[in-house]
Write a protein that binds this ligand. Structure first.
Ligand code: GSH
Length: 213
């Protein structure tokens, strides 16, 4: 059984939950409360699990690894069916490129510890933090909207099944909504979101479905 150390609101953990659900891989959650004030990710017990003090981490047969995109690749290699990558190598590149725009160029700049540094070390007020947050999503989403419009070949970006592109996109849209961002300039991304959220694998992985009682 795979153990997933996660937090209900973490979009990086949301990616891993979606992929496990799509592939029908059973897992047990060990929630880590990373909310400011709780900061369980920084406590010794979790630091021993993941020295980077971030979620998600997976634990399999006593071995542990973090980094959601690397975990998605491991899941794909270990449980190849159903695949979360297109079959054509060029489309695989495109799907990874789409996902990395989010995982490498948007999400890291809006992480909890970055926002805390803006507030505590650079004197940013909440309006400035929100402006920062929206701005990095807008820059990435403007590019992704153009790419998605040209790329979308069916209900999803690569035909009739979601790939790592949607697995990265839907949690990032959830983050944008959480920070009250106007997403009306990104109709193709919103259409993908609506399509994915019809699937149980996405709905069961969502923050709302994993919120502590
Ligand atoms: N690149 C990492 C990012 C992990 C990450 O930043 N997780 C956030 C939650 S979405 C976190 O644990 N933040 C805790 C902190 O910043 O202290 C991944 O994809 O797994």
């Amino acid at each position: 059984m795979i153990r997933l150390y996660d937090y209900w609101r973490s979009s990086a953990a949301y990616r891993v939950r979606i992929a496990m659900n799509l592939k029908g891989v059973p897992y047990e959650r060990s929630p880590v409360n990373i909310a400011p004030g709780s900061d369980e990710q920084k406590a010794g017990a979790y630091k021993a699990v993941n020295p980077q003090m971030r979620v998600p981490t997976i634990e399999v047969d006593g071995r542990r690894a973090g980094q959601s995109m690397a975990v998605l690749e491991w899941l794909e290699e270990t449980y190849p069916t159903p695949s979360i990558l297109p079959s054509d190598p060029w489309e695989r590149l495109q799907a990874r490129s789409f996902a990395d725009t989010i995982a490498c160029d948007i999400h890291p700049l809006n992480n909890l510890s970055v926002l805390a540094a803006l507030r505590n070390e650079f004197g940013a007020d909440e309006a400035a933090v929100t402006r920062w947050y929206h701005d990095w999503i807008r820059r990435g989403f403007e590019a992704l909207e153009t790419i998605a419009l040209a790329q979308k070949t069916g209900d999803f970006l690569f035909g009739d099944a979601p790939t790592i592109a949607e697995i990265a996109l839907i949690p990032q849209i959830a983050n944008a909504r959480r920070f009250d961002m106007d997403l009306s300039a990104f109709p193709t991304l919103l259409a993908l979101d609506a399509t994915c959220l019809k699937l149980e694998a996405f709905r069961k992985a969502s923050p709302e479905a994993n919120k502590p009682a």
